[in-house]
Design a protein around this ligand. Sequence first.
Ligand code: SF4
Ligand code: SF4
Length: 190
Amino acid sequence: MPIEPQKIKKVRRNLELTLWEKLYIFEVIRGLFITTRHLVVNLIGFVVPPAGKKRSIPTIYYPEEKRVMFDAYRGRPVLVAQENGSEKCVACGLCEKICPGRAITIVAREKENGDRFPLQFTLDMTRCVYCGYCEEVCPKEAIVMSREYENLAAYNRAEMIFSKESLLRPEKDLRERLEYVRRIYSKCNY
Ligand code: SF4
Ligand code: SF4
């Protein structure tokens, strides 16, 4: 489709800046004005908070205050524990297989009744890329991406390797994420 001539804008290449533009004084002053305005507004909001509010500035006083992460947030993968404290995982190995970082290692065993369970479930957080594939593939809702964003760094690699016991979280604490997972993956037509 031809373009109407009045809609064509010519680009002025090799444009020479004026002396005023070369000095950047106006832009520097404008930047300082914006920064100062934010500083003053935040200070006023801090000293004189609006009625009914603690303070009006959005900054969170971490670590005293913790941010509540949104449902879609993908933090550390954790294992879902049943009411009796045992894992929901049946050691099917799907998460171990799909994990692109090869962060998961499972040693499976069978109970006397034939049910499988992970004798060991190891998560190497130096390899995890927080993709959420383990959560998506799990047929038992036994592993989910939690809202945990702390202690994701350590001074040595050994501290970044998590055992089954350290990954287990009560199901009630993961309810919101589990509901989100059901909502989001039920939209996928595999
Ligand atoms: S989030 Fe991705 S990289 Fe991390 S353990 Fe799960 S599948 Fe592996
Ligand atoms: S996919 Fe789920 S049930 Fe299977 S081994 Fe992983 S956590 Fe366990």
